[in-house]
Design a protein around this ligand. Structure first.
Ligand code: PAF
Length: 278
């Protein structure tokens, strides 16, 4: 497995594989690799001949009071996990490869970036769209894979790639969960043992809300009940629990096709997000 630290070397390696007729998948991550990330690599290797993972904790997608400095970092451990999953290369850009001292350009996807995560975390989706567009342009892969756990992020990236005419197909991969339903996330490492016991109640409340919409409850009523359930279980704050169209993100008024329930809530120092289909 190659470890690549410059954009020139990354572009050359991917182009070399493509020139030999091999399709290349890219799986961008911020490291702190878990089974969810490795499922993206495995999907990449099913759909393409080569898979390149990236590790870059992107400062532009963290707000001033967020966890950029404390975000878990473990380069050696991450490399071992990517190697065991069969990755062909890992791109770990040196500082300066992504944002030089005179860096000035941002990528913003309007409209779908404005609700839920975008409303709760101003600037987050601009940071994501900017770094992902740079990673795609630096590598020009055939496909790039992102987890559906960050469903709104996946939609923002798909829209960005389409609108900027990037020659890469964007694929979503299903959320990987612990046995008790908790969606895997690098930030789960922040949970204390007691909080870890409480955490799956978010997923349980979402399942109950989805079920009540399917059996006739109004979406906003089901979502309000889910918020009460999550707070009663011990979460300190609910940023949102919304039932929306998974295509347009318009709020749902009644049961229809393609609805999803989206949630973000705080437990101790950990902000958990999740989504499931209704
Ligand atoms: O989902 C993530 O880990 C990040 O937002 C991403 C897509 C790697 C961009 O930094």
């Amino acid at each position: 497995m190659d470890v690549i630290r410059t954009k020139a070397a990354l572009r050359a390696r991917v182009a070399q594989w493509q020139a030999a007729g091999e399709a290349v998948a890219l799986t961008p991550t911020m490291g702190a690799v878990h089974e969810g990330h490795l499922s993206l690599v495995r999907l990449g290797l099913e759909r393409a001949d080569r898979c390149v993972a990236t590790i870059f904790v992107n400062p532009r997608q963290f707000g001033p009071n967020e966890d950029f400095t404390t975000y878990p970092r473990d380069e050696e451990g991450d490399l071992a996990k990517f190697r065991s999953a069969g990755c062909d290369a890992v791109y770990i850009p040196d500082p300066g490869q992504m944002y030089g001292t005179d860096y000035k350009t941002e990528v913003t996807v309007t409209d779908i970036s404005d609700v839920m995560e975008g409303a709760s975390r101003p600037g987050f989706f601009t940071g994501v769209a900017t770094v992902v567009s740079k990673l795609l342009i630096q590598s020009l892969p055939d496909i790039a894979i992102f987890g559906e756990k960050d469903f709104q992020q996946l939609a923002v990236i798909r829209t960005m790639a389409r609108d900027l005419d990037l020659p890469t197909e964007i694929l979503g991969a299903p959320t990987v969960r612990e046995a008790d339903g908790l969606a895997l996330s690098s930030r789960n490492a922040y949970l204390t043992p007691r909080e870890r016991e409480i955490a799956p109640s978010l997923h349980r409340a979402m399942i109950a809300a989805a079920e009540s919409v399917r059996t006739g409850a109004a979406p906003h009523v089901a979502a309000e009940q889910a918020k009460r359930d999550v707070l009663a279980a011990g979460f300190q704050q609910v940023a949102y629990i919304d039932i929306r169209s998974q295509d347009t993100f318009a709020p749902a008024e009644a049961l229809s096709e393609n609805l999803r329930i989206f949630a973000a809530a705080t437990l101790g120092s950990c902000r958990l997000i999740d989504n499931i289909a209704v």
